[in-house]
Design a protein around this ligand. Structure first.
Ligand code: NAD
Ligand code: IPM
Ligand code: MN
Length: 348
């Protein structure tokens, strides 16, 4: 059975990192005789340029019908803050497909410890899974502008909190059995509901998992001073967005982190956590590892090809271990060369 993958390269470095990752996907498909079929659609700023909308109807329909969606990045200075925005297309896509659970793994590769701006002994062994709630909170609340005043409503329901928390607890059981729920319960009502709901679910169904609560401001500090104390992080949409970029520094570069956005079925959206990186776009120097890691997550979660996914992860490990690096990590490889280095390790 053919696996239908919708490709949304998007803007800036998006097309560069997706092409690089497709090289790896095609090679692994060949190796494991996987029938992967890629169909590309307009999305983001590129779609605004082509037809005036960041998420054209045709693109959304293809995404609904796909087995998986593979995305580069959207946005850039060309599409200003106050006009129709590429990012709005991404938010609608996540919400329309019900992709409420965003998994962002942060793992330090041993060979990269020396590349971090943080002390090696502090980041050694970092292995965190961020579970970011993705379809609620301030991102999706009513937005208002009245004269000189603006507001963004932040709302969460118990239902939204429980389904995200469940994914975090389940994931923890397969890891080091620890969840840190991060909120701002000393100030925000949504955070108080978040904490109460997580505590109730934990007592009822997940008492075997260790649970800790932290306030987001001190968590932002502790993630740098004691990152080894985190296993699974469970947090709401906006905090998860901010903390995941912070955590990318623990791994060495924002270009390294991939993500999976999942809902209740097997359809998923896979993308690196970084943006369109307009400052380096068009130069073929972006780090494609986060996108290749997202490809491995796609093989694992949507296509259920565990062996192929493990093979891609091992090839990433081997390439980095061999000192093959892009310039964000002090290396010399182009985006394409980095992908070729991963391909070269697929069979080894
Ligand atoms: P960014 O993540 O695009 O870039 C931040 C910094 O990290 C830049 O210096 C960039 O060069 C560097 N960087 C990012 N990806 C890299 C890679 N693969 N290799 C090497 N260096 C990399 O964040 P930004 O500049 O704040 O945002 C640019 C645009 O991207 C904005 O319009 C934003 O809304 C959008 N954005 C989109 C997504 C997405 O599509 N999922 C995610 C984040 C930001
Ligand atoms: C991300 C991005 C998006 C977000 C933007 C582009 C809407 O920053 O995926 O991390 O804030 O969710
Ligand atoms: Mn982000």
């Amino acid at each position: 059975m053919t696996h239908n993958i919708v490709l949304l390269p998007g803007d800036g470095v998006g097309p560069e990192v997706t092409s690089a990752a497709v090289l790896v996907l095609e090679a692994v498909a060949d190796q494991f005789s996987l029938p992967l079929s890629f169909t590309q659609y307009d999305f983001g700023g590129a779609a605004i340029d082509a037809c005036g909308e960041p998420l054209p109807d045709e693109t959304l329909a293809a995404c609904r019908d796909a087995d998986a969606i593979f995305l580069g990045a959207v946005g850039g200075p060309k599409w200003g803050v106050n006009t129709k925005r590429p990012e709005a297309g991404l938010l609608t896509l996540r919400s329309e497909l019900g992709l409420f659970a965003n998994l962002r793994p942060v793992k330090l590769h041993p060979a990269l410890a020396a590349h971090s701006p943080l002390k090696e002994e502090r980041i050694k062994g970092v292995d965190i899974l961020i579970l970011r709630e993705l379809t609620g909170g301030m991102y999706f609340g009513a937005k208002k502008r009245s004269g000189d005043t603006a507001s963004d409503l932040c709302e969460y329901s118990k239902f939204e909190i429980i389904r995200a928390a469940r994914v975090a607890f389940e994931a923890a059981r397969g890891r080091r059995n620890h969840v840190t729920s991060i909120d701002k319960a000393n100030v925000l009502e949504t955070s108080r509901l978040w904490r109460e709901t997580v505590i109730a679910l934990h007592e009822k169904e997940y008492a075997d998992v260790e649970l800790r609560h932290e306030l987001v401001d001190s968590a932002a500090m502790k993630l740098i001073t004691n990152p080894g104390s985190y296993d699974v992080i469970l947090t709401e949409n906006l905090f998860g967005d901010i903390l995941s970029d912070e955590c990318s520094v623990l791994a060495g570069s924002i270009g390294l982190l991939g993500s999976a956005s999942l809902g209740s079925g097997s359809l998923g959206l896979y993308e690196p956590i970084h943006g369109s990186a307009p400052d380096i776009a068009g130069q073929n120097i972006a780090n494609p590892i986060g996108t290749i890691a997202s490809a491995a997550m796609m093989l694992r979660y949507s296509l259920k090809q565990t062996e192929a996914a493990d093979t891609v992860d091992s090839a990433i490990f081997a390439a980095l271990d061999g000192g093959q690096l892009t310039c964000d990590l002090g290396g010399k490889l182009s985006c394409t060369q980095m992908a070729e280095a991963v391909v070269a390790h697929l069979k080894s």
